[in-house]
Each structure stands twice: as structure tokens, then as C-alpha cells.
Design a protein around this ligand. Structure first.
Ligand code: G6P
Length: 613
């Protein structure tokens, strides 16, 4: 949440900062701002999107080749011009941008007020800026020393970037709990800073991922990293494996649609080298070392939030079925606060697209401390959860920019199913025939997803009929129950229609009371072990005049006679069906949101990377 950028070099900073903020806008879009250093600091900031900031700047003089920028997802204080970042010291000589939350800002503020500081905003960030200013004054030290001293007294999460007119030609940045990447230009003549690598890749592929409690000082030709106690740290430069096209819309109207359409490729990429059905080969290189822990696990605990949690629910069914290891799936945000029984012998699988979700990160840190083995399933390479895990497997879906997760979900299912098959094979809890059948089906998923994507315009026509609904119910059983949850989440996230996902059989314990001729009910009713039961549930809805849209298996002769609309998907093993049956639901939500004129890629109040607790 919140995107931050910085630039120091020889080009005009403004253009690089604005472009970088646009790339990071998925992290928050309540307000944005930049501070550019010349003889003085020029600060431009306003409520709204980066495009509003661009309008505000207009033709004003922004000359300068050192600067910082921010796009905000509001935590402390409403989205307005004053609360927008950058925040300034009382003499307006230091500017700071921040992603995270300073938990002890109240006590710091009181202390600073007693020393005469006046505050204009409601933010914790302004307090941090003033605190660093005060520390620098009290200790008569450099900006980096002031940052280090201040941060030893700060409680909370931060990624911060600062510039000071008193020390021109320098950027100081630090992180704890919120991500920060440094891009290193040729001969270290220029540096880029950003919350993730997307604003950096068009300039350089050499990056340094900062670790928690590290402080970096950038000057032309030099990068120095220490921890907040001033102990030197190595500068480990990594090469980014990402292409610019991956973060552009490539002709699509929205990132979400592009990412939905990319799924055959992202699933294929995810399977590459890991699954070869012909050779009965299934192997995730990243979990080799801890495979014995998985084989001997007392229990697997899956921790995740949002869409990733839905992938975890599918994985629970798959792992238990194939490996016979007991699995629990928990919201990371609940798990970490309830003193759970966890320790040696337990394997945690943490699922996270961004790899930065604060609750998931904190939950795995807690489980790690108590002796559990942590395996990460992340999409963003080098992200905090990936690095905090003992081992893991990347989903290789490529950058996901639309706030509503689509291709990350199917890639997570691909990795988790492969992982379960790998464990089952090693544990011999699966027969060779069954393994072979499942691996063959898994290899066919990309082609079958491609087939479903061709239903695009048929789904668009159904969207037209239901675009004005105020409520929607999604029902499924077994492997398709988490798909019902995911379908409902997609709809409410981007179209603001109230939607609920429910296990189809539970409908009669409550939601059935909501059904009338106004209520669209979406059944995920593919041919699987609970098919007959789902058919009965459909009849129960129809008997109460509900409007039913059913996702069915190709060739189903029964359900189409009972319902208002059918969407046929190709047949596949029921365990793999969620990767197929979720696709029409993604498209349906997408088209409904577009028809309702909603901002599909940046839905209100949401952010893609939730780095606050
Ligand atoms: C936010 C995003 C969701 C995502 C969830 C978990 O709510 O909008 O799309 O599923 O966070 O994020 P993670 O990066 O941990 O998968």
C-alpha cells in the first residue's frame, strides 16, 4: 500500500518520478506528490490520481535531477492535499515519502509538540519527518545519521525516502516491513528507488533489494548500505528477470482483461520444467531441501489473505486428497493474533501474489519463531514473504497490475497442485496411474483455459443482462466451493455489487431466504462427485424463481434445461476444475464492471499490495 519512488542522476527527475508513480498507482491512488530538489525543494502534491498531479504541475518549473514521489492509500488522515506526501520539515528543507505505519507516532508527536513543532496534517508521516529533523538538529549530524538514530526509536513499518536541501546530491532511504528496491544505473551515475521493480526496469535491470532495518545512502557514483545501528551491510546487486512489455497494457483496455487473457501462458510458464507427464515428472526445485519436512509433516497450515486464501482452500482439498496430510487454511490476519498451536513438525505454506501482505508476513514470522518450516508461494520475485520463507516456489505469472487478482490465482493453483502431486509421489500416497492421469490433465490446463477464453463475447452478453443487479449469490460444492467465493469476491471488488459465495448445500441454512426473481444465482455446477447434489440445489433455487447462470461441463444435457443461462467449460479432473471454472467468473465480473463504468484496474478503496495490518 502506497507507492514510493526516488531518482538521483543526470536526467530530469520529474518525468521519471511521474512515470514511476503511474506504474505504482495500483498500490494506492488517494493522492500523489513529488518533491524535486534544485536550490530549494519544489513540492507538488494533491488529492486524486497521478493524472491530477500531472495537471497540477502543468508547465510549472520542475527542473532538477534529484527527487522523490509518492502515491497514497490513506491510513492516517483522509485523502486530501495536506495529508498527501511528500511531507516537509518545519524549515521546508527536508522532504520525506513513506509507505507503512508509524505506530508510536502519537507519543513522538507529543514530544515534538513540547519542543515547539506545529503539525498541519493528520499523518504519522509528518511526525516522522519532524522527528528526523529534530534528531538531526539535536545531534548536529548528517541526514543519514539522523535517519538511523530516529529509526531506532520508531515502532512500526516503513519504507522511506528523503532528500534535504542542506545535503544536495544525496538520497537517504530505509525500510522495515514495507518493500524498497534500488535500481543501479550504469557506472552508478544514476539511481532509482521504488516500492517494486516496475518503475525501474525501463532504465536498468541491476537492482538491490533492501532488507529490513537497512539504510541506503545514494550519491552520484556511490551506494552505501548499513543497518540502522550503522553496521555496514553488503550491497548485493541482482539482475531483474522482467521485460517492459509485461507491465504495459499491450493493446487491452485494462490490465485486468490482459491478465485474464494471459492465463494460458502464465499457467504454461508455471508448469515449465516442473511437470512432464510423459516421464511422470513433477518437481518444484525450490522446495527440494524441505521436502522431507513436508513428507513428515504433522500438519500443513496454509496462510494467506484475499484471493490467495481462496487458492489455499482449493489446495487444502487437493493436499488432503492426494497426500493424506491434515491441512488447515487460515486467514493470516486471524492466525497471528490468536496464539495458535504451531511449532516443529508443522509446515506453513504462505501464499501471496505480492509477497508483501503485512499480515501474512507477520504470521509466518511468528510460526517461524515457534519452529515451523515455512514454504512461500509468491509471485513477486525477491519479495519479503519469499525471502522470509525457508524455501518456496514462485508462481511465475509475471507482474499482475490489475488490483483484482486473476492470473496469480490460477498460477497459485498450478503451483499448489504440483506441490501436492510431488509430495504424493514421494510419499507413494498416489498410484502411478492416477499420477499419470493427473499430470496429463495438468498439462492440458493451458489449452482448456484458452478454450474458455473464447467464450468472451457470450459472457459479455450475459453481463449485459445482469449489470444492474444489486445482489448476487455464487454457489459451488467441493473443489468449486472456493471458486464460488472467488467469483463473488471478483464481482464485489470491481463492480461494487454485493455478492456472496456459499457452499451450495449451505444455501438452505440462510441465503435461500434472499432468493426471488431479482436475485441472480451463479452455480459452478461442473460434472464432479457432487454434481447430483448441485443439481438438486439448482432446483431449489428455480422453485423460488431465482435467475440461474450455471457453469457446466461441455455436453451437460440436464442443467441447461433447468437454468436461464449456461456457460460450458471443457471437462477436466475435478481437482483441476477450479483453474477452468474460475475463468468465466473473472470475465463476467470484468464485463459487468466495465458496463457499470467502474474503474476496473483501480477499484475504490482497494490496493493491490496490503502492507498495513
Ligand atoms: C489485496 C488484493 C487482492 C489479494 C490480497 C492478498 O486485497 O487486492 O487481490 O488477493 O490483497 O494479497 P497477496 O499479495 O498476499 O496475494
Amino acid at each position: 500500500m502506497c507507492g514510493i519512488v526516488g531518482y538521483l542522476g543526470f536526467k530530469e527527475a520529474k518525468d521519471i518520478l511521474i512515470k514511476g508513480l503511474s506504474r505504482l498507482e495500483y498500490r494506492g491512488y488517494d493522492s500523489s506528490g513529488v518533491a524535486i530538489m534544485n536550490e530549494n525543494l519544489k513540492v507538488f502534491k494533491c488529492k486524486g490520481k497521478v493524472s491530477d498531479l500531472q495537471n497540477l504541475i502543468g508547465e510549472q518549473d520542475t527542473h532538477g535531477s534529484v527527487g522523490i514521489g509518492h502515491t497514497r492509500w490513506a491510513t492516517h488522515g483522509v485523502p486530501n492535499n495536506v495529508n498527501a506526501h511528500p511531507h516537509l520539515s518545519s524549515d521546508s528543507r527536508i522532504a520525506l515519502v513513506h509507505n507503512g505505519i508509524i505506530e508510536n507516532y502519537g507519543s513522538l508527536k507529543k514530544e515534538l509538540e513540547s519542543k515547539g513543532h506545529e503539525f498541519y496534517s493528520e499523518t504519522d508521516t509528518e511526525v516522522l519527518t519532524r522527528f528526523i529533523e529534530q534528531v538531526q538538529k539535536d545531534n548536529e549530524c548528517s541526514l543519514e545519521d539522523a535517519v538511523r538514530i530516529a529509526l531506532t526509536q520508531v515502532v512500526g513499518a516503513y519504507a522511506i525516502v528523503l532528500v534535504s536541501v542542506n545535503e544536495p546530491g544525496k538520497i537517504v532511504a530505509a525500510r522495515k516491513g514495507s518493500p524498497l528496491v534500488v535500481g543501479v544505473g550504469e557506472d552508478k551515475e544514476e539511481f532509482f528507488l521504488a516500492s517494486d521493480a516496475t518503475p525501474i526496469i525501463e532504465y536498468t535491470k541491476d537492482v538491490v533489494y533492501l532488507d529490513d532495518e537497512e539504510v541506503v545512502v545514494l550519491t552520484k557514483g556511490d551506494i552505501t548500505i548499513t543497518d540502522i545501528r550503522n553496521v555496514a551491510r553488503d550491497t548485493y546487486i541482482e539482475t531483474l528477470d522482467m521485460e517492459l512489455e509485461a507491465i504495459e497494457k499491450g493493446g487491452y483496455d485494462h490490465f485486468m482483461l490482459k491478465e485474464i487473457m494471459e492465463q494460458p501462458k502464465s499457467i504454461e510458464d508455471c508448469l515449465r520444467g516442473r511437470v512432464i507427464a510423459e516421464d511422470l515428472h513433477v518437481k518444484l526445485g525450490g522446495i527440494q531441501q524441505h521436502l522431507p519436512d513436508l513428507l513428515n509433516a504433522n500438519r500443513i497450515i496454509i496462510l494467506a489473505c484475499g484471493t490467495s486464501w481462496h487458492a489455499g482452500l482449493v489446495a487444502e482439498y487437493v493436499f488432503e486428497e492426494l497426500t493424506r496430510i491434515p491441512v488447515e487454511v487460515e486467514y493470516a490476519s486471524e492466525f497471528r493474533y490468536r496464539n495458535p498451536i504451531v511449532g516443529k513438525g508443522d509446515v506453513i505454506i504462505a501464499i501471496s501474489q505480492s509477497g508483501e501482505t503485512a499480515d501474512t508476513l507477520a504470521a509466518i514470522e511468528m510460526a517461524k519463531e515457534r519452529g515451523a518450516t515455512i514454504l512461500g508461494v509468491c509471485n513477486v520475485v525477491g519479495s519479503s514473504i519469499a525471502r522470509a520463507s525457508h524455501e518456496g516456489a514462485y508462481t511465475h505469472a509475471g507482474p499482475e497490475i490489475g488490483v483484482a487478482s486473476t492470473k496469480a490465482f490460477t498460477a497459485q493453483l498450478t503451483v499448489l497442485t504440483s506441490m501436492a502431486l510431488m509430495v504424493a509421489k514421494e510419499k507413494k500416497s498416489i498410484s502411478e496411474n492416477r499420477l499419470s492421469e493427473l499430470l496429463r490433465d495438468l498439462e492440458q490446463v493451458p489449452a482448456k483455459v484458452e478454450q474458455v477464453l473464447k467464450l468472451d463475447s457470450a459472457i459479455e452478453s450475459i453481463a449485459e443482462i445482469y449489470k444492474d443487479a444489486s445482489n448476487c449469490l455464487y454457489l459451488g460444492r467441493g473443489y468449486n466451493f472456493p471458486v464460488a467465493l472467488e467469483g463473488a469476491l471478483k464481482l464485489k471488488e470491481i463492480s461494487y455489487i454485493h455478492a456472496e459465495g456459499y457452499p451450495a448445500a449451505e444455501m438452505k441454512h440462510g441465503p435461500i431466504a434472499l432468493i426471488d426473481e431479482e436475485m441472480p444465482v451463479i452455480f459452478i455446477a461442473t460434472r464432479d462427485s457432487s454434481y447430483d447434489k448441485v443439481v438438486s440445489n439448482i432446483q431449489e433455487v428455480k422453485a423460488r424463481k431465482g435467475r440461474v447462470i450455471a457453469i457446466v461441463t461441455e455436453g451437460d444435457a440436464l442443467i441447461p434445461k433447468m437454468v436461464d443461462h449456461v456457460i460450458e467449460v471443457p471437462n477436466i479432473h475435478e481437482m483441476l476444475m477450479p483453474m477452468i471454472s474460475v475463468i468465466p467468473l473473472q470475465l463476467l465480473s470484468y464485463y459487468i464492471a466495465v458496463m457499470r463504468d467502474c474503474n476496473v484496474d483501480q477499484p475504490r478503496n482497494l490496493a493491490k499490495s496490503v502492507t498495513v495490518e
